[in-house]
Design a protein around this ligand. Sequence first.
Ligand code: PMP
Length: 351
Amino acid sequence: MSKFLNKKYCLLEAYTPGEQPQDKKYIKLNTNESPYPPSQGVLEAINGSQVSLLNLYPDPECKELRRNIAAHYGVTESNVFVGNGSDDILNFAFMAFCGRDSEAAFPDISYGFYKVYAELHGIPYKEIPLTESLEVAAQDYIGINKNVFIANPNAPTGLTLSIDEISKICESNRDYIVLIDEAYVDFGAESSASLTQKYGNLITVMTYSKSRSMAGSRLGFAIANEELVKDLEKIKYSTNPYSINRLTNLAGIAAIKDSAYYEENCKKIVETREFTKSELKKLGFEMTDSKSNFIFAKNSRIGGEELYKKLKDNGILVRHFSKARIKDYVRITVGTREQMEILLNVIKGII
Ligand code: PMP
């Protein structure tokens, strides 16, 4: 830390992203990326003639992209906000809707960025403990009268809330926003996107990084009431109006048009998840009922950190979190069937 850093950031603990090693080739099961490449349409959309236009700024409104996303989710373009990854949108939501007199609430074990954004912007927040069985208890958020941030499915557990529970949270917190982070929704949970027509305080946030195989291009979107979209745009236009670059914009349009390909991939990932879980169970693992593209697993014969390290020594990267309640677990991204078979063999050798 230099002597120049603004005092308000001195104690800020930044988010630690999962490892992205550039030196050695690992079987990479640590940051919930898709093991499948983008669709043919995406590969074709980013061609030489589009690259040659990079001297020009992109469309700051991303009109065509938003129109395509809106059509896919049965809403209108004015209900869609796009950002540079869903992280960008989460950050904007904390900036736009939270403050000293409008606190935030989120689960104590969830996506680590919620706490970082609250701290970054000096927003008071309440961390609500998960239940014994690591679930988000909907009743804890009913009438809480704070801005609610919930990942559904939650990370790193993969556990879900029902649409009915989300409705009740929205209904009982009318003067606050309810942001449902659906980064993993396409792997088996129910989306709250259609509820945004009914609840003017609901923001459903999704990403192209997981089910749409585009983590490297940074694209996320939110679906919400037009007024909320305008509020998010106000923040975007006060920071970086061109946050979606030309190539990402085109890739995003093409990917939505190729939805059948991505749905097929999600199906394969869900099948591979269930196969891997049943094999891990035979090896004595306990797992949450994950509805996402990762498995959250522990085994009484080996600690989470030790398993993480031994897998890494064997060329497989998974994620370990040091928080007390979940330190026995590892989070394993679901890769291809072949990758998971290698993982299972390596684990057999380790334990
Ligand atoms: N929300 C959750 C719950 C996540 O796990 C992630 C991925 N790290 C994100 C949001 C952010 O994804 P991205 O910025 O790549 O869209």
